[in-house]
Design a binder for this molecule. Structure first.
Ligand SMILES: [Zn+2]
Length: 68
């Protein structure tokens, strides 16, 4: 589980957003993730709060894909 907190509501009920085709989900079966779809941009969000639905980018390496 991620230790990242939601910057909006401070919830720890946060999932990571992974981009790309969700065919390799086994790779992430032990994690709570959200599929961000195929369209990825440098400014795409990397995390999403399950409590308030807020999403934001919080990663030094930028958005991740299923193929990283
Ligand atoms: Zn939140």
């Amino acid at each position: 589980m991620t230790k990242i907190k939601c910057p909006k509501c401070n919830s720890i009920n946060v999932v990571e957003i992974i981009y790309g085709m969700p065919t390799e989900t086994n790779k992430f079966s032990d994690k709570d993730i959200e599929c961000g779809g195929c369209c990825i941009e440098p400014t795409s969000s990397t995390h999403k709060c399950k409590s308030c639905d807020y999403d934001w980018q919080d990663s030094e390496s930028g958005p991740r894909t299923f193929f990283d």
